[in-house]
Design a protein around this ligand. Structure first.
Ligand code: MG
Length: 248
């Protein structure tokens, strides 16, 4: 069931989203060669808790950390460990914050020091596919319109679109209806209404979109070891167009 949010619920949700976004921005400022993934996770957790929220992902379905931190060929759900970031890596950081009964959810992929033009292009196209997707996110349109726009931008740049993981409604629960795939057909899927809040999150691969899950049962990697990038915001559908809630 798709829940439309009331004004009062949206006021609360805006705060959770601002905190999640602030934690993502902090991660972007901290990322540098030599930083360990655990240090980054600790800083994110500290930021979220200082703002009176709790990390949405900590213990979610047993996830053992506050943020998903995914390096290079890791697409999503990377578990922060003692690994050090090194020059030329790209690192995807996915953050959720829960406060006053509502979640905010967002992600971005950051460059560690200077990166290859190929890696930068993947990051740029992934972000662009998000913006092209939400350009379709208006009342009366359908989820398939958003999905198809994301897919078109990614695939016409020669990249892969991960099929097994998708965006989602977000609110009182981290994952709510509807699913928001990054591939699909225009004019298909649930209709968008003013007051819906959805997490749109392209997960884009440099080469083949085939993925597998490592033995830790979390870490999702590309089968061909090509790079992957991720960009996500929590978006409110309004009559005036999409509003990005995860903005700090
Ligand atoms: Mg999400």
């Amino acid at each position: 069931m798709i829940k439309l949010k009331t004004q009062d619920q949206l006021d609360k949700m805006r705060e959770s989203c601002r905190i999640a976004s602030g934690a993502r921005s902090l991660a972007g400022r901290l990322v540098r060669p030599g930083l360990t993934l655990k240090e980054l996770d600790r800083a994110i957790r500290g930021f979220i808790e200082e703002h009176g929220a709790r990390p949405s992902f900590l213990n979610y379905a047993g996830f053992p950390a506050s943020a998903c931190i995914s390096v290079n060929e890791v697409v999503i759900h990377g578990i922060p460990d003692e690994r050090e970031l090194k020059e030329g890596d790209i690192v995807s950081v996915d953050v959720g914050a829960f406060k006053n009964g509502f979640h905010g959810d967002c992600a971005d992929t950051f460059a560690v020091g200077s990166i290859s033009p190929e890696a930068q292009r993947l990051i740029d196209v992934t972000r662009q596919s998000f913006w092209d997707g939400i350009a379709e996110a208006k009342p009366g349109q359908r989820i398939g319109d958003v999905s198809a726009a994301v897919q078109k931008t990614a695939e016409s740049a020669g990249y892969g679109v991960v099929r097994e993981y998708v965006g989602h409604g977000v609110g009182e629960n981290l994952h709510e209806d509807p699913e928001v795939p990054n591939y699909g057909r225009p004019g298909h899927g649930p209709r968008l209404w003013s007051g819906m809040t959805i997490a749109v999150e392209p997960m884009i691969t440099q080469f083949s979109p085939q993925i597998r899950v490592l033995d830790d049962e979390w870490t999702v990697v590309t089968v061909d070891r090509g790079l992957a990038a991720h960009y996500e915001n929590t978006v409110l559908i309004t009559d005036g167009g999409p509003v990005i809630l995860t903005r700090d």
